[in-house]
Ligand binder design. Sequence first.
Ligand code: SF4
Length: 305
Amino acid sequence: MEYEGQICRAPMERSSFMLPIMVGCSYNRCRFCNLFRHLKYRELPFEQIEAELARVKNVGGNPRRIFLGDGNAFAQKSDRLMRILDMIRQYFPECEEINMDATVTSILKRSDAELEAFYKLGVRHLYLGVESGLDDVLAFMEKDHDQGQAYEAIERLHRIGMIYDAHIMTGVAGQGRGTENARALAEFLNQTKPAHVVNFSMFLHKEVPLYQNILDGSFVPASERENLEEERCLIELLTADILYDGFHDFIEFRVRGRIPKDKEKMLARLDKVIEETPETEVYSYVQGECPALERCGGGNVWQIG
Ligand code: SF4
């Protein structure tokens, strides 16, 4: 199968068989996200999905973990998703888990019976874009949930045995609010107990709506130093058993480990990089524009100019 757009998945899924079942993200509205903004969302035909399963089987593949792409694959209609999960079981009966990204509302719209059916068909890890612990930040960034809804969705997942993993983003609350966000997020994560937390840290692009907020002053980005300080505060406050992985691609820094066992080592690494990072002037801006931007089109796709 030819993959379209960017391949995006959490590092824990790097050795999974990535099976795209759609192109792009059906939500595609988070103000900071450029992953699929240049793509028109569409569901891939069953024939194409089955052809990919057959191709992998014919070359001797027998994946134990499958990751369904692209963004927010869990939002597919229930009957369509069940048909795809059934197809996977037919080709790979030994597959132990089928994982994918999800939004909070894509969970809340399901009945308990549907969630149980997905579990029986092999769905285990759902990766949720939790991003922030603050409701006003979630609303500003046009996430599709607030904290109350996230608690409810995760509680329902846990009740039927599914595993939730959190994507977060230091810097998402903007300049001067890193510590406030870290405290709120730590409380949320300690209570909801994700298996993994992945911090993708804010990476600012020109081709997303948030760039307009930066230009008109309604969003002031935090510096890389503040993002690192926010991460330090968060890790210090985390007490739940969590495998944590934090990236700061712009300054090529990564901190990972199991909390609480590795906490002190992680904090020491952060202290060192905080000391080496200038107080101001380092922002994770990407000044270039998306090379595929001319492919943008349609109602909810934001374009420059
Ligand atoms: S749901 Fe995920 S992939 Fe879709 S726009 Fe939001 S952050 Fe991007």
